[in-house]
Design a protein around this ligand. Structure first.
Ligand SMILES: *Cc1c(COP(=O)(O)O)cnc(C)c1O
Length: 393
């Protein structure tokens, strides 16, 4: 198994010193990534990466920066300026992070401590809840409506005098749907610092909320170069927020959290919008093609998505998502159950891959669902080391 938190209690000497909230912390579980790295022959359709490697210009910029690896990086002002222009805001409204998860973490630390509440629309990305709990806060989970709409009224109604932060995600992982400007503005009206995670924005054509930031001092949009830009390994994320909020978050973030290699590669990538447009088009057309293939399968309900993934409700097939994920793995495809995202029922999430990977997925998935006997047999064959259990993405 991947090295990581063992779940064992801290030894006595250590327990004396550990801060209360951290003694029984349940961190975000990233073991599915290690599983994929240890099994390189498997197709990674489980963590919403871009299937295409970076273009040569981006690789060349990264290699050039490596030649200056003896120097500390700068604050990344050129990348900050470029991302500000890319998102349509001024540079003082942008903060760089070591992945957007660093911005999510810093925002949580800035606002949420023991006794505080954070309102989270669920199902969603599990990291919001794990960080709130880590810092001693109480997550207040507001379910989407049964027809999978964001429950704007319930979110506003969940706000109490103890609420310090609200988490929304658009396009939402794992449901795939996006917020609208009126819905976001209704939530912003509650006056609470509100994070809108837009990690998947460039994977499709949903609405960017960066343009709302100058009108709403409590809006914090998080963005990333990990998904459509395809630079997940370099860890480049950013936040777009009011200059006073950016100042606050900079006080908390460690200096030099974004490496020079990441800064230079990120800069080369934002300076080539044609590559991004091409990827956006490719991901979107492949997503529609996979969706159409899934709709044809009996008992299978795929959810419309604006991201580079599709979550599929297989409850009506009578099959368990763990068995289907195991069966697909035995045929070389890594898929994801989405049980950690506060979804109950039988769901499987697939990332949009290359044309060949998507073809193979449709074929393998249909067979895995079609014949329980065959799938069970395959599940036994592929059961070792399992990454299919309830691990979040
Ligand atoms: C993948 C993902 C992220 C992670 O982004 P990084 O910029 O790589 O840290 C953030 N939010 C959501 C909803 C994601 O699915």
């Amino acid at each position: 198994m991947a090295p990581g938190p063992s779940g064992a209690p801290d030894p006595v000497w250590l327990a004396r010193f550990v801060r209360p909230g951290f003694a029984d912390a349940q961190p975000y579980d990233a073991s599915h990534h290690d599983f994929a790295w240890r099994n390189r022959e498997l197709s990674r359709l489980m963590s919403n990466e871009c299937p295409l490697p970076p273009p040569p210009t981006v690789v060349a910029a990264a290699v050039e920066a490596l030649g200056q690896a003896n120097l500390y990086p700068n604050s990344g002002w050129e990348l900050r300026d470029a991302l500000a222009a890319f998102t349509g805001v001024s540079s003082d409204r942008v903060i760089l992070g070591n992945g957007s998860t660093e911005i999510l973490d810093v925002a949580t630390r800035a606002f949420v401590g023991p006794g505080d509440e954070a309102v989270i629309s669920v199902p969603t990305y599990a990291f919001f809840e794990t960080q709130v709990r880590l810092y001693g806060g109480r997550p207040v989970l507001v379910p989407m409506t049964p027809d999978l709409r964001f429950d704007t009224e319930a979110i506003v109604a969940a706000v109490t005098p103890d609420t310090k932060l609200i988490f929304l995600c658009s396009p939402n992982n794992p449901t795939g749907n996006s917020w609208t400007i009126p819905e976001i503005e209704t939530v912003l009206g509650a006056g609470i610092p509100t994070v809108v995670d837009q990690a998947y924005l460039e994977c499709g054509y949903s609405t960017s909320f960066a343009a709302l930031v100058p009108r709403h001092e409590n809006l914090i949009v998080t963005r990333t170069m990990s998904k459509a830009f395809g630079l997940a390994a370099l860890r480049i994320g950013y936040g777009v927020a009011d200059p006073a909020v950016v100042e606050l978050l900079l006080r908390i973030r460690i200096p030099f959290s974004v490496s020079l290699v990441a800064i230079r590669a990120g800069l080369a990538a934002v300076r080539d919008p044609a590559v991004l447009d091409e990827r956006r088009g490719f991901i979107s057309s492949e997503r529609e093609r996979v969706f159409a293939g899934l709709v044809d399968l009996p008992g299978v309900r795929p959810w419309q998505s604006d991201g580079n993934f599709i979550t599929i409700d297989i409850s009506e097939t009578g099959r368990a998502s763990a068995d289907v994920v195991d069966a697909a793995r035995s045929e070389g495809l890594l898929l994801r159950r989405v049980s950690a995202h506060r979804l109950t029922g039988q769901y499987v999430r697939v990332t949009i891959g290359t044309v060949a990977q998507n073809d193979r997925f449709l074929d393998v998935f249909a067979r895995a669902l079609g014949d329980p006997g065959e799938a069970a047999a395959l599940g036994v064959a592929g059961g070792a080391g399992g990454g299919s259990g309830g691990t979040p993405a």
